[in-house]
Design a protein around this ligand. Structure first.
Ligand code: NAP
Ligand code: F7E
Length: 338
């Protein structure tokens, strides 16, 4: 049987960590791309570095020649593009950069695939942020996109150009439309990681206060480990297609905080409204406040996915519930702190 060779752009991020694990277990040869950085970019994936089937190369999806050279050298059978400037809030501060990576970077990879003599399957990491301000109670593959940020808008370009290349050049190219997914490997400045990490530190007396933005947006949160299973399945179908991946359940940020606090046995009481809203602990100390610096110029108020297509065609469903997700994140944090 022909050896399966995966090339992962974005291998050093949360999903790169879980996807590498899954593909190595499936006996793939995995090649990942890291960017030059002043710190250690491979911190998350350190445990794979000694695996003989795992290889790391320097590259950047905004650098056309490095992408072409890597694809020609590695001869991947599958490319997973997880690389992105993935922070929605930051995309308002760096819109051109975000568009360059999240939109043009994807086109750069597609061009290299089109010009390659090899048959390469392609996965593009799309997002529920493409739905943006939506009127649909649940969003599926047919829901109109109405992105509310440079991040979401660039991802819509990536989605559409992936579909274009599939149809125009008969490339096996697929879009996942993934709703929020979290894990202990989540980046530090996403809200779930920030909440779990700060409340754990507050519980242990290592931090005084957690400062957040909008507490009332709703998100459909799954576990990254479940979601990379879906990503893999998307590339193993007879026909290339696009799929929504979600849990179908939504929670506000405040509800996420309340569940986390309860699991940490931190008793909190909410007081006040708007920017004056605070949470106090049982000794009366303020441990959570709200600041406008974490509000975005435009917000996506609610997202809830309908994954019926993935359930039917991929036989995929989200298994890890929010309680288990939060417990795993707490355990990881406490172990790190100890
Ligand atoms: P993440 O932890 O932020 O990882 C992003 C990865 O992209 C990192 O490895 C990063 O490298 C890399 N990267 C950034 N710019 C790059 C460039 N110019 N060239 C090459 N690599 C670059 O994100 P994630 O949570 O794993 O998400 C993976 C993908 O799914 C992203 O495309 C994201 O937009 C999308 N997505 C995520 C979610 C979610 O809830 N997590 C939901 C829907 C879609 P460094 O380590 O050097 O920064
Ligand atoms: O924000 C609110 C914030 O940054 C969630 C990315 O993986 O999922 C992620 O994007 C909500 C927003 O994730 C803070 O305003 C309040 O309403 O954790 P987040 P996101 O924006 O949903 C999608 C699907 C992706 O594709 C993205 O790549 O929480 N919020 N206070 C805050 N958010 C942050 N980051 N920090 C706060 O202090």
């Amino acid at each position: 049987m022909k050896k399966k060779i995966a090339l992962i752009f974005g291998v050093t991020g949360q999903d790169g960590y879980y996807l590498s694990d899954l593909l190595l277990k499936k006996k793939y040869v995995v090649h990942g791309i890291k960017r030059r950085s002043s710190s250690v970019p491979t911190r998350k994936i350190e445990k794979y570095l000694n695996n003989k089937n795992f290889h790391i190369h320097y590259g950047d999806i905004t650098d056309t020649s490095s992408i072409q050279n890597l694809i020609e050298k590695i001869k991947p059978t599958e490319i997973y593009n997880l690389a992105a400037q993935s922070h929605v809030g930051v995309s308002f501060f760096t819109p051109l950069y975000t568009a360059n990576v999240n939109a043009i970077g994807v086109l750069t990879i597609l061009e290299a695939i089109k010009n390659s003599k090899n048959n390469i399957k392609f996965y593009q990491a799309g997002t529920s942020e493409m739905f943006g301000k939506t009127l649909e109670k649940k969003q599926n593959e047919k829901t109109t996109f109405n992105p509310q940020s440079p991040y979401g808008t660039a991802k819509v370009f990536a989605h559409q150009i992936t579909k274009n290349y599939r149809e125009a050049y008969n490339i096996y190219a697929c879009n996942g439309i993934l709703f929020n997914h979290e894990s202990p490997m989540r980046g530090e400045n996403f809200v779930t990681k920030k909440i779990v990490s700060s409340l754990a530190k507050i519980k242990l007396g290592l931090q005084k206060k957690l400062v957040l933005g909008n507490l009332y947006s709703k998100r459909d949160w799954g576990h990254a480990k479940d979601y990379v299973d879906a990503i893999y399945k998307i590339l193993q179908q007879k026909k290339a297609d696009d799929y929504v991946i979600s849990t179908g359940k939504e929670y506000t940020i405040k509800e996420f905080i309340n569940i986390t606090a309860k699991k940490l046995k931190l008793q909190i009481k909410w007081k006040g409204k708007g920017l004056k809203e605070i949470a106090i602990d049982n000794s009366g100390k303020t441990i959570i406040t709200v600041s406008k610096i974490y509000f975005r110029p435009l917000e996506v108020d609610y997202l809830k996915g309908d994954s019926s297509k993935a359930r039917k065609k991929l036989k995929w469903k989200s298994k890890i519930k929010i309680d288990q997700l939060i417990e795993e994140m707490i355990d990881f944090e406490i172990k790190q702190l100890n």
